[in-house]
Every structure is written in structure tokens, then in C-alpha cells.
Design a protein. Structure first.
Length: 473
């Protein structure tokens, strides 16, 4: 794994990124080659995109959806204060710069598969940025000639990213003349373009499903994309190569070293420990470890905004552990999963009144996540029997689908998109203690670095409760 880190560092220092040079504080060196090897750009984008998914989650979405809670009372992220996320903006735009170069260099030699990967990685990072801030620079952002680019509207950005996905599908189907990326440079699918094609359809389903509040929402288009998407857990888009370890494992190690990190929220823990639904979820013990209190083993989370219960001298809450599925040192860093896709299918089928398909997809989604986490067959069967003994197509609700998806997508920033579409109506979900807003947070304030460099183009927003494009009626 050290070799991967060395390769990435060597690649990074040998490439000049030609897009947004001044905009991203990257200065051109005339003594360095401006055209990077395509496989090197594939390595860079397939490494950084899953990491950006992690960075967005660990910085803010985990707290907004109450997967995490700060052990400190009235923590700014817990309580919806305006926080500067300039570093996340830079991460996303840095990766989009790589994707832009991958696309344009691929086009020069008809490397269709490389171009397709670039467009898919561009689409994912664009979506993370637009879903966080709303309108963002894109059309004028990568020419290298404009240091203060104008902003594309959120609707324009979504049209762009859906177009990129459609173009990627066509490119993969066309084959091109340059073959596939080397297996050791594509860090997500090892050059398997069939899996990239499945991912493209799965991502299309995800982003089309964001429009559930809009009159343009078409559940049948979502279901059509799903039908060509991931075929099982083995198709999950995930990163398994790290310079040292999975970054969620670092959060667990930080706790061991008294640098508090990765504390699980009362909301997610109660959803799994039997408090909210009356059924203990077998995944909980595979995600974290209980602690002993009065002779019993306890799973207890931290209330968002309220902070930890005691003085920290003894453990009274649970947090990420290096023994956990998501936070072990070699755990996969998941970008898009088969389980997520099945939940998308369940919701779209529900909204199109195909209740038999919705029920089948709902059960398959839960099973897929449980199998991935490592739940044994007997425990899976018992979970369905205990929690849904009489569930059929006529009794399945959207509440069922969204509550279960919330559990299955633990640590995924996509859950914040779901929370906003669902108006945060998860079972027993409440505003954090000491909240600075009277309603749930729906966007970020634009970064300070963007305001200082490109202030004349930064849109004004009405506040952190103003919905992004797809979240409004």
C-alpha cells in the first residue's frame, strides 16, 4: 500500500493541472510536462473521488444526519452554525481538475474508456459540490483562462452531470481505440469496463431519484437505469487501496489516542439498539463495540448538540472502532453500493405504485447490506421475522424504505440528500440540542476562500435552511 502512496505523490508532483490554475492556486511551471499519462490520471481520480466522499461525510454530512455527534456541547457542525468548508471545496475542485484533464487528453487519442471514467468521476464530484452549495462554477471553471469564473445554476449543473453520465455510457459501449486502463491504475474496478458501465447506470438512477419533489420526476426513468445497474455486492464501487489505512480506521485510532473522533450519534444507535424500533439490529455489533455498565453491555450514542454525558474518564457512549466493518484498517471506502441501488429501486417502484417490485427491492437492499457487513443468514432471517412479520406489498411504506436506507448507508453523504428529500422525517429524528436554526439545515454557506477570490460571482443565499434546486417544490 505504501507503493500506491508513492505513485500518487510522484504523479501529483509531475503534472501541471491546466484547469483553473489561478482559481485553485496552481501555478504553471514551464519546465514540467503538461500532458499527464492517462492511466496516471485514472489513478488520481479513482483514488481522490472515494476520498472526497469520505471527506464530505466526515466534515459535515455525518453530523447533519446524526450518524456522528460531537462529544463537545454546542459543537458548530452539530448545531448548524455557519462553518467554512474551504478545504472541502478545494478537494472537490482539485479532483474535478484531474477529471477535466483526463477527459480532454483522452479525447485527443480516442481513449473512450478513459474518457468515460473521467466523465463519471467528474459527475460524482460535481454532484457532491452542487448538493452541498447549490450553484457552482463549471462551464467557465476549467478553461484555464478565467480566474473568476461565473456560476452555473444548480439545475444547469444537474443537466450537465446527467449528460456526462449518458456520454460515459455511450463511450463505454463504443469501445474506442486505446483499450482500458491498466488494472493497477484503476483503483475502483481494475479496468473492468463492464462494471464501470453498471456503475454509470446506477449513478444515473441515484441522481434522477433526487428529483422526487419536482414535477419532472420520472420513477420509470429511475427504474430503467436501475435495470442496467450494479448486479450485486461484487459490483460495489469502492476503494480498497490506501497509503496506510482506511481513513475511518484513523478516526477510531484517534479515539484510542484521546483525539476525539467518530462518536456515533444517539439517533443512529437508537435506530439499531432496539430503542426506536423494538428490534436489535445485528449490524450494530459489527459496526461498533458495546461498553459495560452496571453489569450489562450497552450500546449508547451521543445526543447531537448536547455532547457526552460524563467527564470522559469512563466510556459512556460508543464510537467507531478498528474492529468495525466500516472502520477496520483494510475496510473498503464505499462510493456507491448495490444496497443503495436496491433502495433507490424500492423507492422508485413505490412511487410508481409497483408495490411487488418495491417490496422485493426493499428486502434485497437490506439483505445486500447485511451480507456486506457480515451478518449471518440466521440473523438476517430473524431480523425480517422480528421487525417485519406481516409486511407485504400493500403495507410497505415510504417510511419503511427511508428508515432502512438510513441505517444501510451509514457514513455515506448521500444520506443528507435523502434527509432533505424526505424532509428529515426519519422515525424519532429531532433537531439537535442548542440548534442555531429553527429548522433542519439544507445547504452550506459558500467558502471564505471563494468569497475572497471570486466574490463578485458568489450567489447570495437566504440562509442555511434555503433548499437547493432539487429540494424545493
Amino acid at each position: 500500500m505504501k507503493n500506491l502512496y508513492i505513485l500518487l505523490i510522484v504523479f501529483t508532483t509531475s503534472v501541471v493541472f491546466t484547469a483553473c490554475d489561478d482559481y485553485l492556486d496552481i501555478n504553471e511551471n514551464p519546465n514540467v510536462a503538461t500532458e499527464a499519462p492517462l492511466d496516471g490520471l485514472v489513478m488520481r481520480t479513482t483514488y481522490q473521488t472515494p476520498y472526497n466522499n469520505y471527506r464530505v461525510a466526515t466534515s459535515y454530512t455525518n453530523y447533519f444526519v446524526q450518524y456522528f455527534a460531537s462529544p463537545n456541547e454546542s459543537s458548530p457542525t452539530d448545531t448548524y452554525e455557519e462553518v467554512d468548508y474551504s478545504s472541502r471545496w478545494a478537494n472537490l475542485y482539485g479532483t474535478m481538475t484531474d477529471a477535466y484533464d483526463l477527459i480532454r487528453f483522452s479525447q485527443e487519442i480516442n481513449a473512450s474508456n478513459h474518457e468515460a471514467i473521467g466523465k463519471l468521476m467528474m459527475a460524482v464530484n460535481l454532484a457532491m459540490a452542487a448538493d452541498s452549495w447549490g450553484s457552482i462554477p463549471y462551464s467557465a471553471g476549467f478553461s484555464g483562462e478565467i480566474i473568476q469564473p461565473s456560476y452555473d445554476s444548480e439545475e444547469q449543473v444537474y443537466n450537465t452531470l446527467l449528460g456526462l453520465i449518458d456520454e460515459a455510457i455511450s463511450l463505454i459501449n463504443s469501445g474506442g481505440d486505446a483499450g482500458s486502463p491498466a488494472s493497477d491504475k484503476d483503483l475502483i474496478y481494475s479496468g473492468n469496463m463492464d462494471q464501470w458501465l453498471n456503475l454509470a447506470h446506477g449513478l444515473k438512477a441515484r441522481y434522477l431519484n433526487h428529483f422526487t419533489k419536482k414535477s419532472s420526476y420520472d420513477p420509470n426513468a429511475v427504474l430503467s437505469a436501475v435495470s442496467n445497474g450494479l448486479e450485486g455486492n461484487s459490483d460495489d464501487a469502492q476503494l480498497t487501496f490506501f497509503d496506510v489505512r482506511n481513513p475511518w480506521a484513523q478516526a477510531a485510532i484517534n479515539n484510542d489516542n484521546l483525539v476525539l473522533d467518530g462518536w456515533m450519534s444517539e439517533q443512529i444507535v437508537d435506530a439499531m439498539n432496539g430503542t426506536t424500533f423494538g428490534v436489535v439490529d445485528p449490524r450494530l455489533a459489527l459496526i461498533t463495540e458495546p461498553f459495560e455498565e452496571d453489569g450489562q453491555m450497552i450500546f449508547r450514542g451521543t445526543p447531537n448538540g448536547a455532547g457526552r454525558r460524563g467527564d470522559g474518564t469512563i466510556q459512556e457512549e460508543v464510537y467507531l472502532e478498528t474492529s468495525g466493518f466500516y472502520s477496520s484498517e483494510d475496510a473498503p471506502l464505499i462510493l456507491f453500493s448495490y444496497a443503495e441501488q436496491k433502495f433507490i429501486e424500492a423507492e422508485a417502484a413505490f412511487r410508481s405504485d409497483d408495490m411487488d417490485r418495491a417490496l422485493g427491492a426493499f428486502r434485497a437492499a437490506i439483505r445486500a447490506n447485511m451480507e456486506k457487513v457480515g451478518v449471518d443468514e440466521n440473523a438476517i432471517t430473524a431480523y425480517f421475522q422480528d421487525k417485519y412479520p406481516d409486511l407485504d406489498g400493500s403495507s410497505l411504506t415510504l417510511q419503511n424504505i427511508m428508515d432502512e436506507k438510513y441505517i444501510a448507508l451509514f457514513l455515506q453523504p448521500e444520506t443528507w440528500n435523502d434527509a432533505r428529500r424526505f424532509d428529515y422525517q426519519y422515525t424519532d429524528f429531532d433537531l439537535p440540542a442548542n440548534a442555531n436554526l429553527n429548522d433542519y439545515i439544507r445547504r452550506l454557506e459558500y467558502p471564505d476562500t471563494e468569497k475572497s477570490r471570486n466574490g463578485s460571482n458568489v450567489p447570495s443565499i437566504g440562509g442555511l435552511t434555503d433548499p437547493v434546486f432539487w429540494d424545493g417544490k
